[in-house]
Ligand binder design. Sequence first.
Ligand SMILES: NC(=O)c1ccc[n+]([C@@H]2O[C@H](COP(=O)([O-])OP(=O)(O)OC[C@H]3O[C@@H](n4cnc5c(N)ncnc54)[C@H](O)[C@@H]3O)[C@@H](O)[C@H]2O)c1
Length: 380
Amino acid sequence: MAGAVMVRAAAAHPGIKLCAAADPHAAPRGAFARDFNARAYADIAALCDDPAVEIVYIATPHQFHAEHAALAAAAGKHIILEKPMALTLADCDSIIAAVERARVHLVVGHTHAFDPAVREMARIVASGALGRLGMIAAWNYTNFLYRPRRPEELDTARGGGILFNQVPHQIDMVRTIGGGRLRSVRAQATRLDPARPTEGGVVALLEFEDGAAASLVYGGYDFFDGDELHFWIDERGAAKPPDRHGAARRALAAEQVEETRLRLERFAYGAQAGPPPTHQPHFGVMIVTCERGEMRAAADGLFIYDAAGKREVALPASAAMPGRSEVLDDMIAAIRSGKPPLQGGRWGKANVEAMLAIQQSARERREVTLQHQVSSKPSS
Ligand SMILES: NC(=O)c1ccc[n+]([C@@H]2O[C@H](COP(=O)([O-])OP(=O)(O)OC[C@H]3O[C@@H](n4cnc5c(N)ncnc54)[C@H](O)[C@@H]3O)[C@@H](O)[C@H]2O)c1
């Protein structure tokens, strides 16, 4: 699913040439080889041995991230690694060590922290134009739990559920805007459907070291749809019909095909892509409160609310696939400048720390303090 979208972003990016791919499944492999007249391997090790490959984008299931990143680094490839960076802090450390040993660059992404509106809000907060940051509210309600799933995606112990898949977007967005360094986390998580026995909802309070706070709410139960609060535009930025509540549940219940197969047929590279996005991507509603004003993403720009009223400001010129284009831009900039990307290994590890702290806090019903947080500003 993620790979299919990034392939389209890379194909539209002027700085990238798609030259090879790897997937154990024949259908996406065949579609890729045909569309780009490129090599397609059944095995990631063969992809990493391909001398033409300079950057490897890894969008394999969570449990493979550490192993696959280590393979790519050992082969001297720069790496874009999907969120979450890994499932444990120890695996994050082994990825960081492998990348540093090989002197390659790592960008952990895509997440919605790369969305132009989020980056612009982070820039405004850092500039001080609206004064000190006080709080961030990030809400999203989706059909996550009822899309066709691989078995491990419904098993928390193997990295399933919203804690490992969806909440990392919210953590990354609020850390990007709030400067990066969280002090503590208090959270509760819900498992409401015994037939999908993993977390489908979370409420979390994240405190930043400087006293600012973020509240995260995520519900993946396919009842309320958060896009109702975002102009009926979907996560990718495409227009969405307003009458789809419960549709993922109904479709899943009516399906005769086994879920893993259904997932491949519907979402893998080569399956039919949805309508092209005509607006900015987003991840629910996020309101950022500063001393002298508040902000939220608009359909195409950014709303600023202050003592003078409400105004919409334009976002920087949009790339072909906003959000993912920025991931590719950051990798290209790192390769050209030699400076490590901001959303690199230590940043990704800090997101994983917050994600695991949310899980721990919910389990132990207490506040959890964090030890591995890093700033969103470049170190001099
Ligand atoms: N950034 C986003 O917006 C976004 C969206 C969806 C998923 N993701 C992330 O992308 C990753 C994959 O999730 P998905 O939903 O695309 O899953 P998916 O099941 O749709 O795709 C995973 C792909 O990995 C392949 N694969 C499995 N084992 C492999 C191996 N050993 N070597 C090579 N390929 C292998 C599978 O055949 C499949 O094509 C996860 O980390 C997920 O969190 C990110």
